[in-house]
Design a protein around this ligand. Sequence first.
Ligand SMILES: Nc1ncnc2c1ncn2[C@@H]1O[C@H](COP(=O)(O)OP(=O)(O)OP(=O)(O)O)[C@@H](O)[C@H]1O
Ligand SMILES: [Mg+2]
Length: 410
Amino acid sequence: MRSALDNPFSPGSDTVPDIWAGRTEQLSDWRDVIRPRRLAGLPERGRTVLGEPGLGKSSLVRRIAQEAAATGDWVTPQLRIPSGADPLKLVASAILRLADEAGLPSSREKRIAETLARVQAVAASGISLTLHKKDGPEPYTVLSGLLVEVGRAAIVRGNVALIHIDEVQNITDESALSQLLIALGDALTHEESVTVPGGARLNRSLPLAVYLTGLPDFEDMAGARKGATFARRFKTTTLTALDDDDIEAALQVFVLSGWEVPDGNGGVGRIRMEPDAAAAVVELCRGEPFLFQLAGERAWYAGTGDTITREHVLNGWRTARSEAIAHVERILARLPKRESEFVQAMAELPAHERSLTRIAKKAGYVKATDAGPTSQRLDTVRGIIGRGTLYTFRHRAVEAYLTGSWPNLD
Ligand SMILES: Nc1ncnc2c1ncn2[C@@H]1O[C@H](COP(=O)(O)OP(=O)(O)OP(=O)(O)O)[C@@H](O)[C@H]1O
Ligand SMILES: [Mg+2]
């Protein structure tokens, strides 16, 4: 029996879903590159994970953080920056909690007690400390100072401290943004002198890792204008749609063995999915993580028996249509006018005619090269299109919405 309590699909935001698909590259980047390198004292940049709404940025880093916590690392919760809020306060409080976990408050060292007191002041007053400061260091120096202490404690413990700041595009105060990026960047690039077996001294990086997540707009705020320093200290990944193969693989558990649920009599039942039901989910969601969860959730509710059929998926999707439309419309509505006109023009051309020249002409540009910057942004910053001899859509739900009858089934 399928019940709401057992439904493993979770459309929404910020959840780490039970039915996880893909993102293997990013997960392995954490497991095989960032964590081992930072543990070994090797330099490794922070990560910025950007992408259009609903592509799974928050879920991805929450999953990485859960995995890290399970292996004994110290992790901050997902620090969501509300629009216009002072990020320094939020981040200072989070680093204080990391310091607690690291046992720093019980240290007898004067240096540490002073650092903690300074960060408490930042947690209370944030960026305004810069404006009203009489003497004493700027907030960013104070924050990176405590991070360095946390990093030193992590060396002793043999673990990593991971910081996740979400919705970074909401940091609108330039000076707060620059202080935050410098504080994190300084801690990441800090070199600690350590004694290795045999007595030699050498420099190592601290076992700290930083993830920033948010909308692609952040790239404009930090990337270009804050310039070279930020770009050298953080590596940016732009998430795009999931591969159909990955979604299919995620549903395989349903198709092969069935998803375990309590059977109501103290035992275990299994909910299966017919192969063509799974194929319908893959087809409907177009690689969008949010729409994948939505399609799955509705299919689960569309019947009560032990088998999810193709009919259930299609009936469920009918109830999801308006939400699916709203999701894609939100993405399109956020685009600046020129970008929006460009994708519209692109969608109006048949796939084999989508050259830059033709799209530019259709979008009303005098010269094709004039459309260059717009198309470049849609590709590299947003991941919505791909440029080549012929242009393609990488955001397949946007493509489906603009070019066909999707999300209608008929
Ligand atoms: N790898 C994945 N596999 C399956 N479902 C996923 C995956 N990643 C995210 N989801 C689901 O997609 C939905 C959106 O995820 P999330 O909130 O992380 O997106 P986001 O990119 O942070 O969006 P926003 O820009 O609105 O904050 C959630 O329901 C989540 O469960
Ligand atoms: Mg998010």
